[in-house]
Design a protein around this ligand. Structure first.
Ligand code: CTP
Ligand code: CA
Length: 227
């Protein structure tokens, strides 16, 4: 089988990657967002491209960009924009790696004009955003692979396992913010891979580029063999 594979490990494979934060507008000058830099997801897109995959990167607002020329970039701002881009692309993909830090809620309504300061307190009405991972999990056809992330501050493995199942993922990359050097705005990450039926696989603290290589290798193993 190896014999017939000409190019690299993932040549001819199409992979969707979501990365970065989403920004949810409150008014023309303010938004709800989070501290994701997109670094981990961009490193994954680059690692996939280096292995020969055709990569579609749907990227939230960040100044970082992929290095690899073969990465097709769709920039979005909000969770709903990311949802529309990802669900449109996924049917033509072999796999999706969902590294975006999607805002769970958005303001029910973005004000048309800048909101003026008034009383001593104010409340914002928030509504739930679509869950992109869950939507792709429901769309998933036989042979397609979905890898997600879970960033947790407590009971990381338990929460990760719950998300793996609820979102119909094949693998979830769990990172605990309790670990030194892991998470937002670090160049390093410490992760555990959780797959259905397998023992958790715990990795050492390493660069996000090296974690990306591990994720790409795991994806290559999960994809159905070509002949
Ligand atoms: N995710 C997504 N769309 C959302 C929320 C999450 O695609 N609206 C994806 C993330 O990209 C990640 C996985 O789902 O791959 C888990 O995200 P996480 O925020 O950890 O899980 P939630 O289900 O949102 O649960 P909570 O934030 O309450 O822990
Ligand atoms: Ca969330």
């Amino acid at each position: 089988e190896q014999f017939f594979q000409t190019g690299q490990l993932l040549s001819g494979r199409r992979v969707l990657v979501t990365a970065g934060p989403t920004f949810e507008p409150i008014d023309p000058v303010r938004f709800i967002g989070n501290r994701s830099s997109g670094k981990m997801g961009i490193a994954i897109a680059d690692a996939l491209a280096r292995k020969g995959a055709a990569v579609e990167l749907v990227l939230g607002p960040t100044s970082l960009k992929p290095n690899a020329g073969q990465v097709r970039l769709t920039k979005v701002q909000t969770a709903r924009e990311m949802y529309h881009a990802a669900t449109a692309l996924f049917p033509n993909m072999d796999a999706a790696i969902l590294a975006a830090a999607v805002a769970d809620y958005r303001p029910a309504e973005a004000a048309q004009q800048k909101i003026k300061k008034k009383g001593d307190s104010m409340a914002l009405d928030l509504v739930k955003n679509p869950d992109i991972a869950q939507a792709l999990g429901q769309m998933k056809k036989s042979g397609q692979v979905i890898i997600g992330f879970a960033l947790e501050t407590e009971r990381a493995l338990e929460h990760g396992a719950g998300k793996l199942k609820a979102k119909n993922m094949d693998l979830i990359v769990v990172n605990s913010l309790a670990d030194e050097g892991a998470g937002f705005n670090h160049d390093t990450n410490k992760v555990t891979f959780l797959g259905a039926g397998n023992k958790p696989r715990e990795f050492e603290l390493k660069s996000k580029a090296a974690v990306a290589e591990d994720i790409v290798a795991a994806l290559a193993e999960l994809l159905p063999q070509r002949r």
